[in-house]
Ligand binder design. Structure first.
Ligand code: DC
Length: 233
């Protein structure tokens, strides 16, 4: 079977990574999380004092520091999953915390940051046989991707999922705070000047507000067979 690039874009907290990981396992592809790069750059900015007291980036200082930021994914042999390393430090958990989530949208709106991330993503994409999730994978990073899926769900459902995840990890936040963060990110992702979140004309829409992961996989298998004639077990 010819190896493809599968682009999964959509709103925040729609379960893109869960879905993309499940597809990667089913197809024996590599899963790559583009949001992790934006999160790692944001963590660097927060740790190096390149943000103001509200967590907004000092654009010029951050752009000048991009040359000092080295992000890689390494496979954890125990879990078999890729984990994010920032300048040789494992930051896989740290980049999911609320302070990073609250500052990542303005950081990802900086055109030079997007260019920095895109160069890295395209390098990884050369190998094909990848499933990558993000906001602009099917529109800007890999417009040539063979399979493009755009995911959405109502904001309250997405905030509930995020809130439950955070609570399970013992993180402090109220549901209202999480919902506000989801809404704010939707607004910023869809309205930034460079590569805003839009559905590619050749993407297939998936509203998973009322779907389990198993139901989404069934949907995907059907889609793959109908549109690309590929049959998965
Ligand atoms: O998917 P995520 O929540 O981990 O993404 C983190 C942030 O990065 C999110 O606010 C939007 C941004 N992002 C982006 O602008 N483009 C991508 N391809 C992936 C993520």
């Amino acid at each position: 079977m010819k190896k493809m690039i599968i682009a999964i874009d959509g709103h925040s907290s729609t379960g893109k990574s869960t879905f993309a990981k499940a597809i990667a396992i089913a197809m024996d592809y590599t899963y790559l999380d583009s949001g992790a790069l934006y999160r790692a750059v944001t963590l660097y900015a927060l740790e190096q004092g390149l943000t103001d007291k509200n967590g907004r980036p000092h654009v010029k200082k951050l752009v000048n520091s991009l040359k000092d930021i080295f992000v890689t994914f390494r496979r954890n042999p125990l879990t078999g999953r890729n984990e994010t390393f920032l300048n040789e430090k494992n930051v896989e958990q740290r980049i999911r915390n609320l302070d990073v989530s609250q500052s990542v949208s303005p950081v990802s709106g900086i055109p030079q940051v997007r260019e920095f991330v895109d160069i890295q993503l395209r390098k990884w994409g050369k190998q094909k046989g990848i499933v990558m999730d993000g906001r602009d994978i099917g529109t800007a990073v890999f417009p040539e991707a063979e399979v493009k899926i755009f995911m959405t769900a109502p904001a309250e459902i997405r905030a509930r999922r995020r809130y439950d995840e955070m609570k399970a990890k013992g993180e402090e936040a109220s549901f209202e705070e999480v919902l506000e963060n989801v809404r704010k990110r939707d607004q910023m992702d869809s309205h930034r000047a460079t590569h805003p979140l839009v559905m590619a004309p050749d993407a297939v829409l998936l509203d998973n507000g009322n779907m389990s992961v198993e139901e989404q996989m069934e949907w995907f298998k059907k889609l793959l067979e109908e549109k690309w004639g590929i049959r998965l077990k």
